[in-house]
Design a protein around this ligand. Structure first.
Ligand code: ATP
Length: 117
């Protein structure tokens, strides 16, 4: 059980994804487990250089099995040709957001396009 005061402190201190990034109205896709938005940092800093990111809102509440599986896999994948999971945000409403590098092209769409030629 989490101490009430500790929980309150966490709620106060927790960084909010909407304070750090602009992404409202920038939906770019939907997957099996959630919605994806294009995002840019509200202020440029060392942690979040000004570039495009993807923010993925995992459907459901908290760290479901599918959320844990996706996070675990993304954390393991480190390759120059693969997008990187930069950060996981948990909101006070128990929503999970994944901050990823933004990929301009979807490999699946490219494969489908070339198959059709
Ligand atoms: N890092 C990203 N950069 C840019 N667009 C992205 C990124 N991740 C996802 N998208 C867009 O959002 C869509 C949904 O992505 P998501 O990863 O949720 O599902 P998926 O991998 O396409 O499908 P599934 O969830 O069924 O495996 C993608 O098809 C793509 O258009």
């Amino acid at each position: 059980m989490i101490d009430y005061q500790f929980k309150e402190e966490l709620t106060q201190k927790r960084e909010r994804v909407e304070d750090l990034f602009y992404f409202e109205g920038s939906k770019v896709g939907r997957g099996t487990y959630g919605l994806v938005f294009k995002a840019i940092p509200k202020t440029q800093n060392e942690r979040y250089p000004k570039k495009e990111y993807a923010l993925k809102l995992i459907e459901g509440n908290g760290f479901s099995t599918s959320a844990c599986r996706e996070i675990a896999l993304l954390r393991e994948l480190k390759h120059p040709n693969l997008i990187r999971l930069q950060r996981v945000f948990l909101t006070n409403e128990k929503k999970v957001w994944l901050l990823l590098d933004y990929a301009e092209h979807d490999l699946w769409h490219i494969i489908k396009y070339h198959r059709g030629k």
